[in-house]
Design a protein around this ligand. Structure first.
Ligand SMILES: Nc1ncnc2c1ncn2[C@@H]1O[C@H](COP(=O)(O)OP(=O)(O)OP(=O)(O)O)[C@@H](O)[C@H]1O
Length: 456
């Protein structure tokens, strides 16, 4: 059972998610009781899940929900299941030396980060609600305690499979795999080898998720296998960041001295993590077939990645822009230290005829001019459609670190106005509005990216 949190108060409620879930609920005192761990939804029986995982490449068998509880699930009227997980619900058998709590700062980051990726169309867990408390929680200093209601189609992680394989508990491994197929990948059930088919489906969904991260400048920061969801949803918003300056090797986790989870390492880490999953499934089927499936990841990821970049740069789906030109655009932004997001939006806003005029914005103007001359022959021929597509796929609001910090600073003083405003802007990231003008701004100077603390 959750450990009650003292004097809870509402910080944020995600009405659009509640509507999507067809929840007949509003942010009232009853739900606040659930957030504070003093009440449960009818029919819910909380559990703390046991799992393991590879953290920074090293095996850790001692993991599990240490500060979160899977409260239960909600079956919406259209037959879709939504799992509800309370993060910060107090100690569990897997808390090790932790206090089982979450703080307002990192909960706001998770609330907004997940909504930002969702707004971009990326697969992700989301947050339904966020409550604060007068109860202080000690991190590097005293902080405001909080709970976050995370909603996901599944809380099964790669680490669940790794744990059972490690224990050689083949019956449970079979049961978990069968459950996963039945509930999340029913299309694999009738395949000649459902296990290989399951792995292929996980690869496909993971590739799609990573493609979004790479195409939209998202750095997860802690891609341990216990943070990899079996349904390919972005999971665990710890030291994440959206790039400001285009720096392919940007690292946002201060414990990651070697840059294992740098922005440009994410596809290869996902591949490595999928290998760990394949290894865990190996007792159940032919390991050669599993290995062959994983070897398709790169191709699968590239396909999704270039589709997204093609869309962002105004290519049509029938005659997409050559990948080499898509790569060259990002290489140019990186070489010139440009912001990752605003140049895309600038191109979206300008008629094609004015693109060549942007060359003076680049130190290496001839390089831009050469790129521009080539891409102009490859973009969508219908100019109105080209502009519509680019404006609908290049965000003007991004969950940049300096905005998150400003929102957190205000919330710490009890002012939740900026949080609500930024939250609304992130839910509609392609729309420019005067009232959201501050959220459209990149940081004042292209300062070196902050390395974030992992303490959450
Ligand atoms: N304050 C804490 N008390 C107890 N356990 C904790 C605490 N913070 C983290 N943990 C546990 O340590 C592990 C790694 O933490 P991490 O920050 O990656 O996950 P999390 O954000 O707590 O949870 P999730 O992965 O469910 O999003 C998790 O198993 C988590 O439950």
């Amino acid at each position: 059972m959750p450990t009650p949190l003292a004097e809870p108060y509402w910080v944020c409620w995600n009405q659009s998610l509640a509507e999507r879930m067809q929840l007949p609920l509003v942010a009232n005192a009853d739900i606040l009781g659930v957030m504070a761990g003093t009440a449960l939804f009818q029919g819910h029986e909380p559990i703390a899940q046991k799992y393991a995982g590879h953290q920074f490449g090293g095996w850790n068998p001692g993991l599990g929900d240490g500060r979160g509880l899977l409260l239960g699930e909600w079956l919406d009227p259209s037959g879709v299941y939504w799992e509800m997980h309370l993060k910060g619900a107090g100690k569990t058998p897997y808390s090790r030396f932790g206090d089982g709590r979450a703080v307002l700062r990192s909960s706001i980051r998770e609330f907004l980060g997940s909504e930002a990726l969702h707004g971009l169309g990326a697969p992700t867990t989301r947050a339904l609600a966020l409550a604060g408390s007068t109860e202080a929680v000690y991190r590097e200093t005293l902080e405001t305690g909080a709970t976050l209601m995370r909603v996901a189609s599944s809380h099964i992680r790669f680490g669940h499979f790794e744990w059972l394989a490690h224990r050689q508990d083949i019956d449970q491994l079979k049961a978990l795999t069968a459950f996963t197929i039945k509930h999340h990948f029913p299309q694999c059930q009738d395949n000649a080898d459902p296990i290989v088919s399951l792995l292929r489906a996980v690869i496909e969904q993971t590739a799609q998720m990573i493609a979004y991260w790479m195409a939209y400048g998202f750095v997860h920061g802690v891609m341990n296998t216990d943070n990899m969801s079996i349904v390919g949803e972005t999971f665990d918003y710890g030291p994440y960041a959206f790039l400001d300056q285009t720096r392919p090797n940007a690292v946002y986790n201060h414990t990651d001295a070697e840059g294992r989870y740098a922005f440009n390492q994410q596809p290869s880490v996902a591949f490595w993590n999928l290998q760990r999953l394949a290894q865990a499934l190996a007792p159940l089927t032919d390991s050669q077939l599993l290995a062959a499936a994983v070897s398709d990841f790169d191709q699968c990821h590239r396909k999704h990645y270039y589709e997204l970049l093609n869309q962002r740069l105004g290519g049509s789906s029938e005659r997409p822009i050559e990948p080499e030109l898509l790569d060259e655009w990002l290489a140019l932004l990186a070489a010139e230290g440009k912001d990752f997001h605003t140049p895309f939006r600038r191109l979206a806003n300008l008629p094609l005829t004015e693109w060549p005029g942007l060359k003076d914005d680049f130190i290496d103007a001839p390089r831009f001019a050469a790129w521009c001359a080539r891409i102009l022959t490859q973009t969508e021929a219908d100019e109105t459609e080209r502009q519509r597509q680019m404006l609908a796929s290049n965000p003007v609001t991004v969950a940049r670190s300096h905005h998150l910090q400003a929102v957190i600073d205000a919330a710490q003083t009890g002012n939740f106005g900026p949080l609500e405003s930024f939250f609304a802007a992130l839910q509609d990231p392609f729309t420019e509005r005067a009232e959201w003008a501050r959220w459209h701004q990149p940081p004042a100077a292209a300062a070196p990216a902050p390395i974030l603390s992992c303490s959450s």
